[in-house]
Design a protein around this ligand. Structure first.
Ligand code: HEC
Length: 112
């Protein structure tokens, strides 16, 4: 009986990741994206105001975000019409899957 309990305890420990996927995305968002887009997605940070970030807590704004365009924008960066850099390219730092998860995270602000 005791052995079964120990085995169960070991199995549960192994099956529980130290970091859940959501926490990893949140940590990555805070590290790479929140400086401009804000912890709440509203873009009302010093940097966000400077580069005119949109309010991603507004469902009308997130509705216009196409996943493929968003992936490309975050990977390759965004420039304004005058060629001034608005968002830097993240392709060297993040994988496509990480970027997709971060874009999905940005869109959740409008659902809260
Ligand atoms: C240096 C500031 C800055 C940082 C850092 C930044 N962004 Fe942006 N981002 C912008 C600006 C400015 C725009 C254009 C205006 C807007 O859509 O808010 C933009 C646009 C976007 C868009 C819309 C693209 C489209 O197709 O219209 C997405 C999605 C996005 N950012 C996601 C992210 C993610 C994910 C991160 C973190 C990996 C990030 N941003 C980091 C400034 C930034």
């Amino acid at each position: 009986m005791k052995q079964i309990l120990i085995l169960t305890a070991v199995a549960v420990t192994l099956a529980t990741p130290a970091f859940s996927a959501d926490e990893a995305v949140l940590a990555s968002y805070k590290k790479h994206c929140a400086a401009c887009h804000g912890a709440d997605g509203k873009g009302q940070t010093t940097m966000g105001k400077k580069v005119s970030c949109k309010d991603y807590s507004d469902a009308k704004v997130t509705a216009e975000v196409k996943d493929d365009e968003a992936l490309k924008a975050v990977k390759e960066g965004l420039k304004d019409k005058a060629g001034k850099e608005l968002m830097k390219p993240f392709s060297a730092k993040l994988s496509d899957d990480e970027i997709k998860a971060l874009v999905a995270h940005l869109k959740t602000f409008a659902k809260k």
